[in-house]
Design a protein around this ligand. Structure first.
Ligand code: KG4
Ligand code: ZN
Length: 372
């Protein structure tokens, strides 16, 4: 009976305020194909600081299958999470007993993978008698620029571009998020991944397509930029993937071979044109969101935020308009434990959430960010 572990009720949450000044938060990320653990410390009213972090990427394991195999992902998280936790504590010169709060990614993500992080976090919390806190994965991405040397100030517009989500949010403060627009079908990351697959590139497709695109001509192929001229802030990338497929098939017939056998330059041109179409839409919609909201600050987060071309285009466009752009450190764009520990620390600090000693956890594979 899980409730048997309950040391206090939700109605009587742990009073953290006394220890909030320098509380240690251990964060666990396991929503997809990276196991991440990190230790963040609160600093009174200042931005919490990252003490240490460790990450294990499953990319190599999933590469053989051309994409993430959920069952294998869960099994690997089980193998990695506790050793990574020990590594993080050792790096920071801390012990498990010193941890004040254990945070974990509660969703969205793969159910089995999420359950590993949630289960381990709650077991640690129950064993230590320490409270736990479930974090929204996208909030982790959203707040990840606060881990950088140049953190943003609130309010700002956030462009969230991960493997499964493409959203523009108005962010007033921690936990105060309004959805301005989102994709009505595929995410930008999905458009990168699926187009890369069509070009015979490995998983994850985003970085691979981007590398191939470096030697290509972005104007070589005319590809659609869906919803670009609509006044709303929604995205649609499914048509782009189809257009890339049609072009790839036509070129293969023209060169009497398969797509993979196409001359390198032709593949590079198609990759560059695809990347340009995705980036063009992301940049123009972000600018529209800034104009509509009247805000002068943009935060870009999520795996696609690592894209060099996107950063270049956004930097140029924002500089012209006097808009400040903030990104997470490059290595913190994709999934990691630091962003989860940081989001938990900032939620505690701002008082929007308390950690709880109820260890009857659940996960939320589907979970809209603006429902927080
Ligand atoms: O945020 P993330 O690590 O995981 C999710 O929460 O989904 O994002 C992964 C996505 C994948 O679609 C991957 O192809 C894409 O981010 N990605 C990139 C780049 N690095 C990662 N897309 C374009 N260019 C990159 N450099
Ligand atoms: Zn992510």
């Amino acid at each position: 009976m899980t409730e048997g572990y309950e040391l206090m009720s939700e109605a009587n949450p742990l009073n953290l305020s006394a220890m909030l000044n320098n509380a240690l938060v251990l964060g666990i990320e396991s929503s997809c194909d990276e196991t991440g653990v990190a230790l963040v410390q609160l600093q009174g009213p200042e931005t919490p600081v990252l003490l240490s972090q460790a990450l294990h990427s499953q990319i190599e394991m999933h590469q053989a299958y051309g994409g993430v195999v959920p069952e294998l992902a869960s099994r690997d998280h089980i193998r990695r999470v506790l050793p990574l936790g020990a590594q993080v504590l050792a790096q920071a010169g801390r012990t498990l007993a010193e941890v004040d709060v254990v945070a974990f990614t509660r969703g969205p993500g793969l159910a089995g993978a999420l359950l590993v992080g949630a289960g381990v976090a709650c077991a640690l919390g129950a064993a230590l008698g320490k409270p736990v806190l479930g974090v929204h994965h996208l909030e982790g991405h959203l707040l990840s620029p606060f881990l950088s040397a140049d953190p943003p100030n609130f309010p700002f517009v956030a462009l969230l571009v991960s493997g499964g989500h493409t959203q523009l949010m108005r962010v007033e403060g921690v936990g105060r998020y309004t959805l301005l627009g989102e994709t009505i079908d595929d995410a930008a990351g999905e458009a990168f991944d699926k187009s890369a697959k069509l070009l015979g590139l490995g998983y994850p497709g985003g970085p691979a397509l981007s590398r191939l695109a470096e030697g290509g001509n972005p104007a070589a192929f005319k590809l659609p930029r869906p919803l670009l001229n609509q006044p709303n802030l929604d995205f649609s990338f499914a048509g782009l993937k189809t257009a890339v497929m049609v072009q790839a098939k036509r070129l293969a017939v023209e060169h009497a071979g398969t797509v993979v056998e196409l001359p390198l330059q032709v593949r590079a041109d198609l990759a560059a044109s695809t990347e340009a179409a995705i980036v063009d839409v992301l940049v123009k919609k972000s600018l529209a969101a800034l104009a509509q909201s009247g805000l002068g600050r943009l935060v870009v987060a999520g795996g696609v935020g690592a894209n060099r071309h996107l950063r270049q285009q956004l930097n140029q466009a924002c500089q012209r308009r006097g808009v400040r752009v903030h990104y997470p450190e490059l290595h913190l764009c994709t999934d990691n434990g630091a962003m989860i520990a940081m989001a938990a620390a900032m939620r505690l600090q701002s008082g929007v959430q308390t950690a709880s000693r109820i260890y009857a956890f659940d996960v939320r594979p589907r979970w809209p960010l603006d429902a927080l």
